[in-house]
Design a protein around this ligand. Sequence first.
Ligand SMILES: O=C(O)CC[C@@H]1NC(=O)NC1=O
Ligand SMILES: [Fe+3]
Length: 407
Amino acid sequence: ELEEIDLLLTDANIATMDSNINAPYGAIENAAIAIKNGKIAWIGEQSTLPSFDVFATPTLSVKGQWLTPGLIDCHTHLVFAGSRSQEFEQRLQGVSYEQIAAQGGGIASTVKATRAADREQLFVDAKDRLNTLLKEGVTTVEIKSGYGLDTENEIKILEVARLLGEHHPIDIKTTFLGAHALPPEYKGRADEYIDLVCTDMLDQVVANNLADAVDVFCENVGFSYSQTKRVFQAAKKHNLPVKCHAEQLSNQQGSQLVAQFNGLSADHIEHLNEEGVKAMADAGTVAVLLPGAFYFLRETKFPPIELLNQYKVPIAIASDFNPGTSPLCSVHLMMNMACTLFRLTPEQALAGVTRNAAKALGLDDRGILKVGARADIAHWQISHPSQLSYQFGVNKLLNLWILGRIN
Ligand SMILES: O=C(O)CC[C@@H]1NC(=O)NC1=O
Ligand SMILES: [Fe+3]
Protein backbone atom coordinates (compact mmCIF):
# COMPACT_ATOMS: atom_id res chain seq x y z
CA GLU A 1 0.00 0.00 0.00
CA LEU A 2 1.52 3.31 -1.17
CA GLU A 3 0.38 6.09 1.18
CA GLU A 4 0.49 9.88 0.96
CA ILE A 5 2.16 9.87 -2.44
CA ASP A 6 2.77 13.42 -3.73
CA LEU A 7 2.89 12.44 -7.39
CA LEU A 8 2.62 9.22 -9.41
CA LEU A 9 4.12 9.12 -12.92
CA THR A 10 2.65 6.30 -15.02
CA ASP A 11 2.89 4.74 -18.53
CA ALA A 12 6.60 5.66 -18.62
CA ASN A 13 9.74 4.29 -20.21
CA ILE A 14 12.41 4.92 -17.57
CA ALA A 15 16.18 5.07 -18.13
CA THR A 16 17.02 4.49 -14.47
CA MET A 17 20.81 4.43 -15.19
CA ASP A 18 20.92 1.80 -12.42
CA SER A 19 23.70 -0.64 -13.32
CA ASN A 20 22.01 -3.24 -11.10
CA ILE A 21 19.20 -3.48 -13.67
CA ASN A 22 20.39 -5.78 -16.42
CA ALA A 23 19.22 -3.72 -19.42
CA PRO A 24 20.73 -0.90 -21.51
CA TYR A 25 20.25 2.42 -19.63
CA GLY A 26 18.86 0.35 -16.71
CA ALA A 27 15.63 0.72 -18.65
CA ILE A 28 12.21 -0.30 -17.31
CA GLU A 29 9.39 -0.08 -19.87
CA ASN A 30 5.67 0.40 -19.07
CA ALA A 31 6.81 1.65 -15.71
CA ALA A 32 5.74 3.97 -12.89
CA ILE A 33 7.50 6.18 -10.31
CA ALA A 34 5.92 7.27 -6.99
CA ILE A 35 7.30 10.49 -5.45
CA LYS A 36 6.97 11.30 -1.72
CA ASN A 37 8.61 14.15 0.23
CA GLY A 38 11.03 14.87 -2.62
CA LYS A 39 12.31 11.28 -2.84
CA ILE A 40 11.48 8.24 -4.97
CA ALA A 41 9.17 6.06 -2.85
CA TRP A 42 8.56 3.37 -5.46
CA ILE A 43 9.76 2.57 -9.01
CA GLY A 44 9.07 -0.46 -11.23
CA GLU A 45 6.88 -2.10 -13.84
CA GLN A 46 3.40 -0.62 -13.68
CA SER A 47 1.86 -4.11 -13.53
CA THR A 48 3.52 -4.58 -10.12
CA LEU A 49 2.42 -1.18 -8.71
CA PRO A 50 1.17 -1.65 -5.10
CA SER A 51 -2.37 -0.47 -4.31
CA PHE A 52 -2.83 3.22 -3.59
CA ASP A 53 -5.67 5.68 -3.00
CA VAL A 54 -6.60 6.69 -6.55
CA PHE A 55 -8.57 9.73 -5.38
CA ALA A 56 -5.83 11.07 -3.10
CA THR A 57 -2.86 10.53 -5.46
CA PRO A 58 -2.02 13.15 -8.12
CA THR A 59 -1.18 11.11 -11.21
CA LEU A 60 0.46 12.06 -14.51
CA SER A 61 0.60 9.63 -17.44
CA VAL A 62 3.71 10.26 -19.56
CA LYS A 63 2.17 8.27 -22.43
CA GLY A 64 5.15 6.06 -23.26
CA GLN A 65 7.68 8.90 -23.31
CA TRP A 66 11.04 8.67 -21.48
CA LEU A 67 12.12 9.64 -17.96
CA THR A 68 15.78 9.94 -16.94
CA PRO A 69 17.58 11.18 -13.82
CA GLY A 70 18.01 14.94 -13.83
CA LEU A 71 21.31 15.76 -15.64
CA ILE A 72 24.40 16.67 -13.58
CA ASP A 73 27.17 19.05 -14.75
CA CYS A 74 30.03 17.99 -12.41
CA HIS A 75 32.72 20.45 -13.57
CA THR A 76 32.07 24.17 -14.20
CA HIS A 77 33.77 27.53 -13.56
CA LEU A 78 30.34 29.18 -13.78
CA VAL A 79 31.00 32.26 -11.55
CA PHE A 80 33.24 34.74 -13.34
CA ALA A 81 33.05 38.21 -14.88
CA GLY A 82 34.23 39.55 -18.20
CA SER A 83 34.59 37.87 -21.59
CA ARG A 84 37.55 36.49 -23.58
CA SER A 85 35.82 36.84 -26.97
CA GLN A 86 38.38 39.34 -28.25
CA GLU A 87 41.21 36.91 -27.40
CA PHE A 88 39.29 34.34 -29.41
CA GLU A 89 39.21 36.81 -32.29
CA GLN A 90 42.90 37.74 -31.89
CA ARG A 91 43.95 34.06 -31.90
CA LEU A 92 41.99 33.59 -35.12
CA GLN A 93 43.76 36.61 -36.53
CA GLY A 94 47.07 34.82 -35.79
CA VAL A 95 48.07 36.45 -32.48
CA SER A 96 49.93 33.87 -30.34
CA TYR A 97 48.99 32.76 -26.80
CA GLU A 98 52.26 34.24 -25.59
CA GLN A 99 51.47 37.66 -27.14
CA ILE A 100 47.97 37.53 -25.63
CA ALA A 101 49.39 36.60 -22.21
CA ALA A 102 51.95 39.43 -22.53
CA GLN A 103 49.01 41.83 -23.09
CA GLY A 104 47.53 40.58 -19.77
CA GLY A 105 45.13 38.24 -21.52
CA GLY A 106 44.26 34.66 -20.57
CA ILE A 107 43.16 33.68 -17.07
CA ALA A 108 44.70 36.94 -15.74
CA SER A 109 42.13 39.03 -17.61
CA THR A 110 39.24 37.01 -16.15
CA VAL A 111 40.82 37.34 -12.69
CA LYS A 112 41.04 41.13 -13.14
CA ALA A 113 37.38 41.37 -14.23
CA THR A 114 36.16 39.02 -11.48
CA ARG A 115 38.06 40.88 -8.74
CA ALA A 116 36.44 44.13 -9.99
CA ALA A 117 32.92 42.62 -10.06
CA ASP A 118 30.63 42.79 -7.02
CA ARG A 119 28.58 39.84 -5.69
CA GLU A 120 25.41 41.19 -7.30
CA GLN A 121 26.88 41.23 -10.80
CA LEU A 122 28.53 37.82 -10.37
CA PHE A 123 25.24 36.39 -9.06
CA VAL A 124 23.13 37.79 -11.92
CA ASP A 125 25.53 36.59 -14.63
CA ALA A 126 25.86 33.11 -13.12
CA LYS A 127 22.08 32.81 -12.54
CA ASP A 128 21.56 33.42 -16.24
CA ARG A 129 23.92 30.53 -17.06
CA LEU A 130 22.17 28.24 -14.55
CA ASN A 131 18.81 29.04 -16.18
CA THR A 132 20.28 27.95 -19.52
CA LEU A 133 21.32 24.63 -17.99
CA LEU A 134 17.97 24.23 -16.17
CA LYS A 135 16.13 24.55 -19.49
CA GLU A 136 18.02 21.53 -20.83
CA GLY A 137 17.22 19.29 -17.85
CA VAL A 138 20.18 19.93 -15.52
CA THR A 139 19.34 19.52 -11.80
CA THR A 140 22.80 19.57 -10.12
CA VAL A 141 25.80 21.79 -11.01
CA GLU A 142 29.29 21.94 -9.51
CA ILE A 143 30.77 25.46 -9.37
CA LYS A 144 34.50 26.08 -8.79
CA SER A 145 36.21 29.23 -7.55
CA GLY A 146 39.55 30.06 -9.17
CA TYR A 147 39.22 33.53 -10.70
CA GLY A 148 39.74 35.38 -7.43
CA LEU A 149 43.28 34.15 -6.52
CA ASP A 150 43.32 36.07 -3.24
CA THR A 151 41.43 35.28 -0.04
CA GLU A 152 38.80 38.01 -0.33
CA ASN A 153 37.89 37.23 -3.94
CA GLU A 154 38.01 33.44 -3.66
CA ILE A 155 35.59 33.79 -0.73
CA LYS A 156 33.45 36.20 -2.80
CA ILE A 157 33.09 33.64 -5.62
CA LEU A 158 32.23 30.77 -3.28
CA GLU A 159 29.71 32.92 -1.38
CA VAL A 160 28.00 33.74 -4.68
CA ALA A 161 27.95 30.02 -5.53
CA ARG A 162 26.38 29.19 -2.15
CA LEU A 163 23.83 32.01 -2.65
CA LEU A 164 22.92 30.58 -6.07
CA GLY A 165 22.27 27.25 -4.33
CA GLU A 166 19.87 28.96 -1.94
CA HIS A 167 18.02 30.98 -4.58
CA HIS A 168 17.96 28.72 -7.64
CA PRO A 169 16.17 25.37 -8.07
CA ILE A 170 19.35 23.68 -9.34
CA ASP A 171 21.31 22.03 -6.50
CA ILE A 172 24.80 23.60 -6.31
CA LYS A 173 27.98 21.89 -5.09
CA THR A 174 31.04 24.12 -4.63
CA THR A 175 34.75 23.43 -5.11
CA PHE A 176 37.66 25.59 -3.89
CA LEU A 177 40.14 26.03 -6.76
CA GLY A 178 42.42 28.69 -5.27
CA ALA A 179 45.30 26.81 -6.94
CA HIS A 180 43.99 27.56 -10.43
CA ALA A 181 46.68 30.00 -11.59
CA LEU A 182 49.42 32.22 -10.15
CA PRO A 183 48.07 35.73 -9.45
CA PRO A 184 50.17 38.60 -10.89
CA GLU A 185 51.26 39.80 -7.43
CA TYR A 186 52.90 36.39 -6.80
CA LYS A 187 54.77 36.20 -10.12
CA GLY A 188 57.82 33.97 -9.66
CA ARG A 189 56.74 33.06 -6.10
CA ALA A 190 54.48 30.02 -6.67
CA ASP A 191 55.49 28.23 -3.47
CA GLU A 192 54.58 31.29 -1.41
CA TYR A 193 51.21 31.48 -3.16
CA ILE A 194 50.59 27.79 -2.38
CA ASP A 195 51.41 28.64 1.28
CA LEU A 196 48.60 31.25 1.16
CA VAL A 197 46.21 28.77 -0.52
CA CYS A 198 46.94 26.08 2.11
CA THR A 199 46.63 28.36 5.14
CA ASP A 200 44.75 31.67 5.13
CA MET A 201 42.57 30.94 2.08
CA LEU A 202 41.57 27.37 2.88
CA ASP A 203 41.13 28.12 6.60
CA GLN A 204 38.62 30.89 5.80
CA VAL A 205 36.84 28.79 3.14
CA VAL A 206 36.44 25.99 5.69
CA ALA A 207 35.47 28.30 8.56
CA ASN A 208 32.60 29.62 6.45
CA ASN A 209 31.67 26.18 5.07
CA LEU A 210 32.04 27.50 1.51
CA ALA A 211 33.48 24.43 -0.25
CA ASP A 212 32.39 20.82 -0.63
CA ALA A 213 35.70 19.80 -2.29
CA VAL A 214 39.16 21.11 -3.24
CA ASP A 215 40.62 21.15 -6.78
CA VAL A 216 44.07 22.05 -8.21
CA PHE A 217 45.24 22.76 -11.77
CA CYS A 218 48.22 20.38 -11.85
CA GLU A 219 50.04 21.33 -15.07
CA ASN A 220 53.27 22.91 -16.28
CA VAL A 221 51.29 26.15 -16.78
CA GLY A 222 49.55 25.53 -13.43
CA PHE A 223 51.02 24.03 -10.27
CA SER A 224 53.56 21.23 -9.86
CA TYR A 225 53.03 17.74 -8.46
CA SER A 226 54.60 18.74 -5.11
CA GLN A 227 52.60 21.98 -4.90
CA THR A 228 49.42 20.02 -5.71
CA LYS A 229 50.30 17.51 -3.00
CA ARG A 230 50.59 20.30 -0.42
CA VAL A 231 47.12 21.56 -1.27
CA PHE A 232 45.70 18.02 -1.07
CA GLN A 233 47.35 17.53 2.35
CA ALA A 234 45.76 20.76 3.56
CA ALA A 235 42.38 19.63 2.20
CA LYS A 236 42.75 16.28 3.96
CA LYS A 237 43.52 18.08 7.24
CA HIS A 238 40.11 19.76 6.86
CA ASN A 239 38.40 16.50 5.79
CA LEU A 240 37.58 17.93 2.35
CA PRO A 241 37.63 15.53 -0.62
CA VAL A 242 39.97 16.38 -3.52
CA LYS A 243 39.79 16.41 -7.32
CA CYS A 244 42.23 17.65 -9.95
CA HIS A 245 42.57 19.26 -13.37
CA ALA A 246 45.08 16.59 -14.38
CA GLU A 247 47.05 15.54 -17.50
CA GLN A 248 45.34 18.23 -19.64
CA LEU A 249 48.44 19.37 -21.58
CA SER A 250 51.15 17.01 -20.27
CA ASN A 251 51.59 14.16 -17.78
CA GLN A 252 52.45 15.54 -14.33
CA GLN A 253 51.05 12.39 -12.61
CA GLY A 254 48.26 14.46 -11.09
CA SER A 255 45.91 11.51 -11.60
CA GLN A 256 48.08 9.21 -9.49
CA LEU A 257 48.17 11.92 -6.83
CA VAL A 258 44.37 12.20 -6.70
CA ALA A 259 44.15 8.41 -6.45
CA GLN A 260 46.73 8.42 -3.65
CA PHE A 261 44.35 10.73 -1.71
CA ASN A 262 41.34 8.57 -2.67
CA GLY A 263 40.17 11.65 -4.54
CA LEU A 264 36.80 12.06 -6.24
CA SER A 265 37.98 12.67 -9.82
CA ALA A 266 40.75 13.45 -12.26
CA ASP A 267 39.50 15.86 -14.91
CA HIS A 268 40.57 16.51 -18.58
CA ILE A 269 43.14 13.61 -18.58
CA GLU A 270 44.00 13.74 -22.29
CA HIS A 271 47.60 12.80 -21.36
CA LEU A 272 46.69 10.10 -18.82
CA ASN A 273 48.77 6.88 -19.12
CA GLU A 274 48.11 3.27 -18.08
CA GLU A 275 49.83 3.73 -14.71
CA GLY A 276 47.47 6.59 -13.96
CA VAL A 277 44.41 4.64 -15.14
CA LYS A 278 45.35 1.73 -12.88
CA ALA A 279 45.82 4.04 -9.89
CA MET A 280 42.40 5.61 -10.54
CA ALA A 281 40.74 2.19 -10.93
CA ASP A 282 42.23 0.99 -7.61
CA ALA A 283 41.07 4.16 -5.81
CA GLY A 284 37.59 4.39 -7.38
CA THR A 285 38.51 7.82 -8.76
CA VAL A 286 36.20 9.02 -11.56
CA ALA A 287 37.54 10.11 -14.97
CA VAL A 288 35.86 13.40 -15.90
CA LEU A 289 36.13 14.08 -19.64
CA LEU A 290 35.75 17.68 -20.81
CA PRO A 291 35.10 17.50 -24.57
CA GLY A 292 34.26 21.22 -24.71
CA ALA A 293 37.83 22.24 -23.81
CA PHE A 294 39.27 19.55 -26.12
CA TYR A 295 37.16 20.90 -28.98
CA PHE A 296 37.62 24.64 -28.28
CA LEU A 297 41.42 24.27 -27.95
CA ARG A 298 41.47 22.11 -31.10
CA GLU A 299 43.27 19.47 -29.03
CA THR A 300 44.50 16.39 -30.89
CA LYS A 301 45.56 14.12 -28.02
CA PHE A 302 42.60 11.91 -27.05
CA PRO A 303 41.98 10.71 -23.49
CA PRO A 304 42.70 6.93 -23.17
CA ILE A 305 39.06 5.81 -23.45
CA GLU A 306 39.91 2.17 -24.21
CA LEU A 307 42.18 1.92 -21.13
CA LEU A 308 39.50 3.57 -18.94
CA ASN A 309 36.96 1.03 -20.19
CA GLN A 310 39.40 -1.86 -19.84
CA TYR A 311 40.05 -0.97 -16.17
CA LYS A 312 36.35 -0.11 -15.60
CA VAL A 313 37.09 3.45 -14.47
CA PRO A 314 33.76 5.32 -14.28
CA ILE A 315 33.62 8.06 -16.95
CA ALA A 316 31.78 11.34 -16.33
CA ILE A 317 31.25 14.11 -18.87
CA ALA A 318 31.03 17.82 -17.99
CA SER A 319 30.90 21.24 -19.66
CA ASP A 320 34.00 22.79 -17.95
CA PHE A 321 32.08 26.01 -18.67
CA ASN A 322 34.71 28.79 -18.42
CA PRO A 323 35.47 31.89 -20.49
CA GLY A 324 38.89 30.75 -21.71
CA THR A 325 38.81 27.15 -22.90
CA SER A 326 35.17 26.04 -22.86
CA PRO A 327 32.70 28.91 -23.29
CA LEU A 328 30.04 26.30 -24.10
CA CYS A 329 27.09 26.29 -21.71
CA SER A 330 25.37 23.03 -22.61
CA VAL A 331 25.43 19.50 -21.16
CA HIS A 332 23.66 18.10 -24.22
CA LEU A 333 26.39 19.49 -26.50
CA MET A 334 28.93 17.72 -24.24
CA MET A 335 27.02 14.43 -24.58
CA ASN A 336 27.07 14.77 -28.36
CA MET A 337 30.80 15.66 -28.37
CA ALA A 338 31.63 12.78 -26.02
CA CYS A 339 30.17 10.47 -28.66
CA THR A 340 31.38 12.20 -31.82
CA LEU A 341 34.87 13.22 -30.60
CA PHE A 342 35.66 10.55 -27.97
CA ARG A 343 33.50 7.78 -29.43
CA LEU A 344 31.60 7.06 -26.22
CA THR A 345 28.27 5.29 -26.79
CA PRO A 346 25.09 7.30 -26.09
CA GLU A 347 24.53 5.11 -23.01
CA GLN A 348 28.03 5.95 -21.71
CA ALA A 349 27.37 9.64 -22.42
CA LEU A 350 24.10 9.57 -20.45
CA ALA A 351 25.82 7.69 -17.59
CA GLY A 352 28.50 10.42 -17.80
CA VAL A 353 26.03 13.16 -16.92
CA THR A 354 24.01 11.13 -14.39
CA ARG A 355 25.37 8.17 -12.35
CA ASN A 356 29.09 8.86 -12.90
CA ALA A 357 28.76 12.65 -12.58
CA ALA A 358 27.13 12.10 -9.17
CA LYS A 359 30.05 9.82 -8.22
CA ALA A 360 32.54 12.50 -9.32
CA LEU A 361 30.89 14.80 -6.74
CA GLY A 362 30.82 12.12 -4.04
CA LEU A 363 26.98 12.07 -4.13
CA ASP A 364 25.08 8.79 -3.71
CA ASP A 365 21.59 10.33 -3.46
CA ARG A 366 21.16 11.14 -7.16
CA GLY A 367 22.16 10.24 -10.73
CA ILE A 368 20.15 7.00 -10.58
CA LEU A 369 16.35 6.63 -10.42
CA LYS A 370 15.89 4.15 -7.54
CA VAL A 371 13.97 4.02 -4.26
CA GLY A 372 15.36 6.53 -1.77
CA ALA A 373 17.09 8.70 -4.35
CA ARG A 374 16.18 12.39 -4.78
CA ALA A 375 13.20 12.80 -7.10
CA ASP A 376 15.31 14.72 -9.65
CA ILE A 377 13.53 13.52 -12.80
CA ALA A 378 13.60 14.75 -16.41
CA HIS A 379 10.70 13.95 -18.78
CA TRP A 380 11.66 13.96 -22.48
CA GLN A 381 9.67 13.83 -25.70
CA ILE A 382 12.01 11.25 -27.25
CA SER A 383 11.54 7.78 -28.72
CA HIS A 384 14.84 6.44 -27.27
CA PRO A 385 17.47 7.72 -24.78
CA SER A 386 20.15 7.70 -27.53
CA GLN A 387 18.36 10.77 -28.93
CA LEU A 388 19.73 12.83 -26.00
CA SER A 389 23.30 12.46 -27.31
CA TYR A 390 22.48 12.23 -31.01
CA GLN A 391 20.57 15.49 -31.41
CA PHE A 392 21.63 18.99 -30.27
CA GLY A 393 19.78 22.28 -30.26
CA VAL A 394 16.24 20.95 -30.40
CA ASN A 395 15.02 20.97 -26.80
CA LYS A 396 13.00 17.83 -26.00
CA LEU A 397 12.50 18.52 -22.29
CA LEU A 398 8.79 18.37 -21.36
CA ASN A 399 8.94 18.40 -17.54
CA LEU A 400 11.66 18.65 -14.89
CA TRP A 401 11.22 17.76 -11.22
CA ILE A 402 13.85 18.72 -8.62
CA LEU A 403 13.29 17.09 -5.19
CA GLY A 404 9.84 16.22 -6.54
CA ARG A 405 8.98 19.86 -7.28
CA ILE A 406 8.07 20.73 -10.89
CA ASN A 407 10.14 23.49 -12.49
O1 LIG B 1 41.44 29.94 -19.48
C1 LIG B 1 40.78 29.92 -18.43
O2 LIG B 1 40.13 30.90 -17.98
C2 LIG B 1 40.68 28.63 -17.62
C3 LIG B 1 41.32 27.47 -18.33
C4 LIG B 1 40.88 26.19 -17.67
N1 LIG B 1 41.38 26.10 -16.36
C5 LIG B 1 42.08 24.97 -16.23
O3 LIG B 1 42.57 24.61 -15.18
N2 LIG B 1 42.11 24.27 -17.37
C6 LIG B 1 41.43 24.94 -18.30
O4 LIG B 1 41.25 24.60 -19.43
FE1 LIG C 1 38.10 23.29 -15.59
